[in-house]
Design a protein around this ligand. Structure first.
Ligand SMILES: [Zn+2]
Length: 286
């Protein structure tokens, strides 16, 4: 049973992977989440203009079951769904399939209703997600890829948009620092503790505009709750609540709510993780 809760919760990290055929299922799940205190859910929607049904999967990690459009054109459904749900859905534009002029692509989608940007740093096939590299998938050079990513960051910084950017600090720490040195006013969330708390702590120490989230970390955090609680309490204004749930998987969000409560953080820090930090990262008024 889920209890009604007064505690406000904002999930900064969900994926769409669904469409109008599942609207009823999605709606009933969201109703339960609302009752449990969920105020906003940042949901990433993909746009694919060039890859075929086989090629799209080169840039999607294993284990995520797509019930929506097989070519991952999710924007129409997600934006419409967001409109119907008031402030509940905060749509983020997933740029991983971007294969055209970044600025006009971003401008077009922000005008349509996206409120932030999601990216993945996939410079080579040694990335932690074990997916293909963007340069190989689109036949572009590393330099062209970096130019494209830098255009995304510049657009986000200029337009005050949050960026959720999956990037492994252990493998790409130099590039991460280069981004942060070039975009000091960008609000950026490197999810999953930047994929390595030790190296990522140094990033958090140096750059005040950097956030992270706990999405996909549940098994690790359950195995070592005290260590994660220490880390979160050491960076109480940086860690955001996130679940990596797909839009039709409310159970995963509930699992992550339970996970945070099981960490026995101070009430103040728990509220920062659930609500204050997500608000600041997304640019919402608390
Ligand atoms: Zn994710």
């Amino acid at each position: 049973m889920e209890e009604a809760s007064a505690q406000e919760i904002i999930d900064v990290h969900c994926h769409c992977f669904t469409g109008s055929a599942q609207a009823e299922q999605v709606n009933s799940g969201l109703a339960r989440l609302r009752k449990a205190g969920l105020r906003h859910l940042a949901v990433m929607g993909l746009v694919n203009r060039s890859l075929n049904a086989q090629e799209v999967w080169k840039l999607i990690p294993e284990g995520f079951d797509n019930l929506g459009d097989p070519l991952f054109n999710e924007a129409d459904f997600l934006l419409q769904f967001a409109q119907q749900n008031g402030e509940l859905i905060f749509p983020l534009l997933d740029t991983r399939f971007l294969n055209s002029d970044a600025e006009s692509f971003l401008q077009e989608h922000i005008e349509r209703g996206f409120r932030g940007i999601k990216g993945l740093y996939l410079a080579d096939d040694g990335n932690d997600l074990r997916v293909h590299s963007v340069p190989a998938t689109f036949g572009i050079s590393l330099k062209q890829y970096h130019d494209r990513e830098w255009q995304i960051f510049a657009f986000a910084e200029a337009n005050n948009l949050p960026v959720l950017y999956h990037m492994d600090v252990n493998r790409y720490g130099d590039v991460m620092r280069a981004i942060l040195d070039d975009f000091p006013r960008l609000r950026i969330n490197f999810p999953h503790f930047g994929i390595g708390r030790r190296a990522f702590g140094k990033i958090l120490d140096r750059y005040p505009n950097v956030y992270t989230d706990i999405a996909f970390m549940l098994p690790h955090m359950q195995n070592n709750p005290a260590s994660y609680a220490d880390f979160i309490s050491h960076y109480p204004d940086r860690v955001c609540f996130g679940s990596d749930a797909l839009l039709y998987q409310p159970e995963i969000v509930f699992d992550y709510i339970k996970l945070v409560r099981s960490l026995k953080l101070s009430e103040k820090v728990e509220n920062m993780v659930f609500s204050e930090n997500p608000c600041r990262f997304l640019g919402l008024n608390a």
